[in-house]
Design a protein around this ligand. Structure first.
Ligand SMILES: Cc1cc2nc3c(=O)[nH]c(=O)nc-3n(C[C@H](O)[C@H](O)[C@H](O)COP(=O)(O)OP(=O)(O)OC[C@H]3O[C@@H](n4cnc5c(N)ncnc54)[C@H](O)[C@@H]3O)c2cc1C
Length: 478
């Protein structure tokens, strides 16, 4: 292996989202000299928190899944020694779904969840057990058989009652931004098994604690993290990456470049349109990003007996038509969507509410932000917490424009590419074939979404690189 110059890196990672940080920690732990360059002034991407006066809000992600004993997030955090740095609690139930006629909850005890569903849908007694068993112990062959299926196709295989299908799929509008008729069966199954059947984990002090702990560990392992550091170019020569440019043109040489930022930015802006293959250009133009979100952040003063259980995600839907809800969300029609996800913080000081929302111009959101915020508050008052307004001390909102501005995710997409069957594990994103030593990590790879999904992708991208490095003598940071 050629010895790089004194200030060269083995790997530069563009972006300190959870996936970039996990990937960086694994590479640094193996002895590589790694830099993570993050454009924002704090690490975390969609997994950050912010303060307004005495209120602390999680900006986007507010809990995570896949943390049971053999779960992927648990494995990665244990490998990296993160679990000792953050106090992680599980809400129980993690999620409750409420429609006009039914309420079901997802408990830590799976049997309690099964019995809860059975009490509401006794005629689906056997199917409920079989469905959850399938999700928890999937046969890998059944997933390859389901490759082109939608989640609706999968639900139809198990259940006759349309109501139970709606209750199982309603949270996926928020967890994946799609109705079951459009969501891949594989992704839908993963979301239910990782986010609902093993979800609701959160650091006691808020989600910022996760990227902060990963950043601290990364630095202990010898990694270098530069914040407020925008990468403006990926330097490539004769089909091989040479490093990245930051700010106005400083070149940071590196043997590997790993992009944690969105795929369109990576290929079209950072690498350059003329450097990528026609086929990839076509994919980037035709593929659909996932839905963005509108988020209401409410700081509370006082309590109400109608407040939900702290830490539990409440999925409320006033009807049973998920395609209609999705259609309204795409139009920015918060009222027509007919629902929301609501979460009271553990210390009962803040409430956040989410609805899927379209990426529209700054002008549109400037004109509609306040209206959308008031509409959500009114809906919560009418359906969940009467007289909520009396408890609100502070209120603000994030639109899809806000999400894009802080993370540079294309169109403020919440989960990378939309999780449809045709956009599942698309080749060419994680490891583009036409440029050597460029990799992607994170939710734009089409290989994982949400905190647990991108943790897995970060781990996997690092392993691919480390397998390439195997046998070579590399830097050692002890
Ligand atoms: C409103 C909302 C709620 C959500 N709730 C949950 C939840 O409760 N649980 C859950 O598991 N998932 C949730 N998700 C999804 C989850 O947050 C994401 O899938 C995940 O955090 C994505 O991580 P990532 O590392 O792939 O990318 P990101 O978090 O997008 O990180 C990318 C990073 O790259 C940086 N960057 C971009 N361009 C550049 C550049 N040119 N130079 C330097 N840095 C750059 C960005 O600033 C950012 O820090 C939610 C998403 C949203 C939007």
């Amino acid at each position: 292996m050629a010895t790089p110059s004194k200030d060269a890196y083995d790997a530069v990672i563009i972006g300190a989202g959870i996936s970039g940080l996990v990937c960086g920690c694994y590479l640094a732990k193996a002895g590589l000299k790694v830099l993570i360059a993050e454009q924002h002034h704090k690490p975390g991407g969609y997994c950050t928190s912010f303060r307004r006066g005495r209120f602390t809000f999680d900006a986007a992600a507010h809990c995570f899944g896949g943390y049971r004993k053999e779960g992927i997030t648990r494995k990665a955090f244990t490998d990296l020694g993160i679990d000792g740095k953050v106090n992680i609690t599980k809400s129980d139930p993690s999620d409750t779904v409420i429609t006009p006629d039914h309420t079901v909850s997802f408990w830590s005890d799976i049997q309690q969840t099964v019995e809860g569903f059975r009490a509401v849908f006794p005629e689906e007694r056997e199917s409920i057990k079989k469905f959850f068993q399938f999700l928890l112990n999937p046969d890998p062959h059944s997933f390859s058989r389901m490759r082109s299926w939608t989640f609706q196709n999968l639900l139809d295989q198990y259940f006759a009652n349309d109501r139970i299908k709606t209750l199982l799929a309603a949270p996926l509008l928020g967890l994946g931004g799609l109705p079951p008729s459009r969501m891949s069966a594989f992704i839908g199954s993963k979301l239910v098994s990782e986010f609902l059947l093993d979800g609701g984990y959160h650091p006691d002090s808020g989600m910022q604690a996760l990227p902060d702990a990963l950043s601290e560990r990364f630095k202990e392992l010898g990694g270098e993290l530069r914040l407020s550091c925008l990468v403006t170019k990926i330097r490539e020569k004769e089909g091989e990456v040479k490093g990245v440019m930051i700010g106005k043109g400083d070149l940071l040489p590196s043997r590997y470049v790993i992009s944690n930022c969105d795929a369109r930015q990576t290929f079209l802006t950072l690498l350059g349109k003329n450097k990528i293959q026609e086929e990839l250009r076509g994919k980037l133009a035709s593929m659909e990003p996932s839905t963005s979100m509108f988020i209401a952040y409410l700081g509370l003063d006082g309590q109400s007996r109608f407040f939900p259980r702290p830490g539990t995600n409440i999925w409320f839907l006033s009807h049973y038509d998920l395609d209609k809800a999705y259609g309204a969300a795409r139009e920015g029609d918060v009222d027509g969507f007919g629902g929301y996800m609501l979460r009271l913080s553990q210390d009962r000081s803040t409430l956040i509410a989410l609805v899927p929302a379209p990426y529209k111009t700054k002008r549109y959101w400037l004109a509609n932000k306040k209206k959308a915020l008031e509409c959500i508050i009114k809906k919560i008052e009418n359906n969940s917490i009467p007289q909520l307004t009396n408890c609100i001390k502070y209120k603000t909102a994030a639109t899809p424009q806000t999400l894009r501005r802080y993370t540079l995710n294309y169109h403020g997409a919440s989960f990378g590419w939309a999780g449809t069957p045709s956009q599942l594990a698309v080749s060419g994103f994680k490891k583009p074939s036409f440029v050597k030593n460029l990799y992607l990590t994170g939710h734009w790879t089409t290989q994982g979404l949400g905190i647990s999904g991108v943790t897995y992708v970060g781990y996997d991208t690092a392993q691919i690189i480390l397998r390439k490095e195997k046998g070579k003598i590399i830097y050692s940071h002890g």
